[in-house]
Design a protein around this ligand. Sequence first.
Ligand SMILES: NC(=O)c1ccc[n+]([C@@H]2O[C@H](COP(=O)([O-])OP(=O)(O)OC[C@H]3O[C@@H](n4cnc5c(N)ncnc54)[C@H](O)[C@@H]3O)[C@@H](O)[C@H]2O)c1
Length: 444
Amino acid sequence: MRIAVVGVGHVGLVSAAAFGRWGHDVVGLDDDAAKVATLREGRAWFYEPGLQELLDEVIAAGRLTFTSDPVEAIAGAEVVFACVGTPALPDGSPNLAYLEAVAHTVAEVATGDVLLVEKSTVPASTGRRLEQVIVREQARLGKSHRIEVASNPEFLREGTAVEDTLHPDRVVYGTSSDWARDVLRRVYAPLVAQDGCPVVETDVATSEVIKHASNAFLATRISFINAVARICEQVGADVDVVADGMGHDARIGRSFLSAGLGYGGSCFPKDVDAFAHLARQVGVPFRLLDEVRAINVGQRRLIVDKLRQELWHLDGKTVVLLGAAFKPGTDDLREAPAMYLAEELAAAGADVRIYDPVTSAQVAARLPDVQTHDTVGPALAGAHAAVVCTEWDEVRALTPQDFLNGLAYPIVIDGRNAYDPGVMLAAGLRYHSIGRRSAERQEA
Ligand SMILES: NC(=O)c1ccc[n+]([C@@H]2O[C@H](COP(=O)([O-])OP(=O)(O)OC[C@H]3O[C@@H](n4cnc5c(N)ncnc54)[C@H](O)[C@@H]3O)[C@@H](O)[C@H]2O)c1
């Protein structure tokens, strides 16, 4: 099939490469000329394990090209996947202007019947809105091709995006006609034949809700265990063992029950807010999600409180943040808890250093007053405290002795429960993590 992918970012580029792997002819369109230029040289513009190899393969097979010309990408395409960003607006609702722009473009340049598929994460009823936009634009332009809108949400996780896309847990799509459903069946037929993954076929609004409900639920699990962690700290329990004990229950499971600094990234924060916003808009407030958000924001404050407990004033103290990316395996800094912490600590007068194995140049560009390091030794040297923000392998591999040798004061605040508290405390570190044994409790 001839497929256009509009927006070759974290979702669009991986999806475009996967469509190529499944034998389709794919053109990736992006309005960012610099990204297109990099991609035309055959290079991914962001870091994602396995992506470069997949691009090499699909580009060499002649199944994937890139352009910033909408006509080149969309004219002649049977299906257009919109993978543009839907970032949060100040009121929590997502900015759908980029998606609307795609609908305008498709209405303008389509040369035949085409299915426009929302792969971007959007609130329910966006599909209906896009169809209105298209009908109006077509009437204005005197065009009459069949252009329908479908929903096909994406569930990939950054850091494992290639694997998640090539071997998804499920494919979900929502359509409003047999024709549209058959187009998407043909897109995914090679995947289903190879992988046998389940397919959920439904209507557009249901498909849109599946995505928001999935992310809101996962974020709820994270905030739930973080709230449990706070109780554990007060009563001397260990949240990791609590999560293990809960997770053995087949009804609960262990995933997304890791206490820590809270969720970040370009999806959970905005999707929780967007779903809560939609709920308010349709008159059924989802207050649970407001609490999920509040707990998440509170986790960062907890880290600052723990630092103050140990260091008293932060003014003039040097704090090293270990990890900046919102999670290991990605160079994405969007909504990364470390970025918030860096700003908060700097505002309190601390000298902030950040170690990250892949994002240090990006961090330096974004936070020019922060000292950045891509090797951990110099980052630790002489700092008054270290805070674990991203559990990169390089961070997990640090030993108590590395901290004792490097830091001026032996203080480690572990926002990702990356180390064994028994080992850290026994080595003489002032070690605090989330919802587990800490230096104070040891003394008590
Ligand atoms: N990143 C993830 O892990 C993830 C996972 C699932 C779903 N999603 C959703 O997918 C969508 C895209 O997210 P992302 O992380 O890939 O964003 P991104 O910012 O990495 O990529 C979006 C791309 O769209 C391009 N773009 C914007 N407007 C355009 C236009 N009119 N024409 C052509 N190109 C345009 C941008 O230049 C950019 O390259 C969002 O709705 C997000 O919520 C993201």
